[in-house]
Design a protein around this ligand. Structure first.
Ligand SMILES: Cc1cc2nc3c(=O)[nH]c(=O)nc-3n(C[C@H](O)[C@H](O)[C@H](O)COP(=O)(O)OP(=O)(O)OC[C@H]3O[C@@H](n4cnc5c(N)ncnc54)[C@H](O)[C@@H]3O)c2cc1C
Length: 319
């Protein structure tokens, strides 16, 4: 087999799964990410008093390839089952899995051995005679590459490949909803009989006691995810107001007086969840030497991101 050189833009689970397949087939692959470490929306914030998974909360496993990966990660001590007290949680099919000690453990483990360039946002791509050359926000240029796989949220993917492929229009048609996430740690335990709850609340649909996940240390820590419509409406609201609004809603929802806050942070996810996915595992333009993958191709779930990247990687590795 002749060796090709690949660039993958985005080191979320989709990009990592794609790169893994390509590397395992013996090709050269370099993964670029604007973040300091891999994982994307499988993110863990580490504070002095607590830790929080402020993006993906847990994942479920149905696909046999993903199941194999999760089994291997489990054997390596990177993932564990989470058994929250969650009224209604039985609606989720199967076990709830989390990374340990944080949800980011799974992508970090998957990234092991891959050539990853962190802290580097790819701004544009040029197709030179020798192949693709990528320009980044540090003033650098990388390449040339035979093939580029873009594994970032749909709108960002569309902007990057615009003018290079007709796939840009399909990516541009995808809407992804925002989400305000508030991370709070209380000085003493919040007395309530649940660790997680979802309800069709117009402000605060998801609450979870992050410290109920396995191998978490520190204070009683909670993650509050605001509703997509509310997040869109309050996207420019300052973080302190968002924190106050969601805490007030938490108290009202649980009918409790909240303990004193020991630490609080907020994070604004611009592209949290896909509304209507493409419905295909990935988008491939072979003559253009370009492909797109990510959760937005299939579903707003960790497993869908994995399947998208894994299937694209398998296809590209075949040559
Ligand atoms: C608030 C929230 C809650 C969620 N809850 C759950 C849940 O409970 N269960 C579940 O299964 N899923 C959940 N999800 C969805 C899940 O997190 C995603 O489906 C999955 O992590 C997406 O992976 P991805 O690789 O497709 O994209 P991402 O994880 O977004 O990865 C894309 C990567 O590309 C990088 N990037 C973007 N642009 C560039 C650029 N120009 N140059 C370089 N790098 C770039 C980003 O830094 C990022 O690391 C949630 C998501 C959010 C935000």
């Amino acid at each position: 087999m002749s060796q090709s050189s690949f660039a993958v833009v985005g080191a979320g689970l989709a990009g990592l799964a794609c790169a893994r397949r390509i590397a395992d087939a013996g090709h050269a692959v370099t993964v670029y990410d604007k973040g300091r470490s891999p994982g994307g929306r499988m993110a863990t914030r580490r504070g002095e008093l607590a830790t929080w998974d402020h993006g993906a909360q847990y994942f479920t496993v149905r696909d046999p390839v993903f199941a194999r990966l999760v089994a291997l990660a489990g054997a390596a001590g990177q993932v564990e089952k989470w058994r929250p007290r969650w009224p209604g949680g039985e609606q989720e099919r199967g076990d709830l899995w989390v990374g340990a000690p944080g949800i980011s453990a799974l992508p970090r483990w998957l990234a092991g051995g891959l050539q990853i360039v962190p802290g580097t946002r790819i701004l544009s791509m040029v197709r030179a005679a020798s192949g693709w050359v990528l320009a980044d926000d540090r003033g650098g240029e990388s390449g040339s590459f035979d093939f580029v796989a873009v594994a970032v949220p749909a709108a960002q993917a569309a902007a990057l490949v615009a003018g290079h492929t007709v796939l840009a229009d399909r990516a541009a048609s995808i809407v992804m909803a925002p989400c305000w996430a508030v991370m709070v740690a209380f000085e003493r335990r919040l007395e309530t009989g649940l660790d997680a709850d979802w309800s069709p609340d117009p402000v605060l649909p998801w609450i979870a006691r992050n410290s109920s996940k396995p191998r978490r240390h520190g204070l009683d820590a909670w993650v509050l995810h605001a509703d997509a419509g509310w997040s869109r409406e309050h996207f420019e609201t300052d973080a302190a107001r968002v924190q106050a609004a969601l805490l007030e809603r938490l108290a009202g929802r649980l009918s409790v007086e909240l303990p004193a806050v020991a630490a609080i942070e907020a994070h604004r996810w611009r592209y949290a969840r896909v509304d209507k996915p493409i419905g295909e595992p990935y988008l491939l333009d072979r003559p253009g030497s370009l492909a797109l993958c990510g959760d937005w191709c299939l579903d707003a779930r960790v497993e869908a991101a994995f399947i998208s990247g894994d299937r694209l990687g398998a296809e590209l590795a075949r040559g």
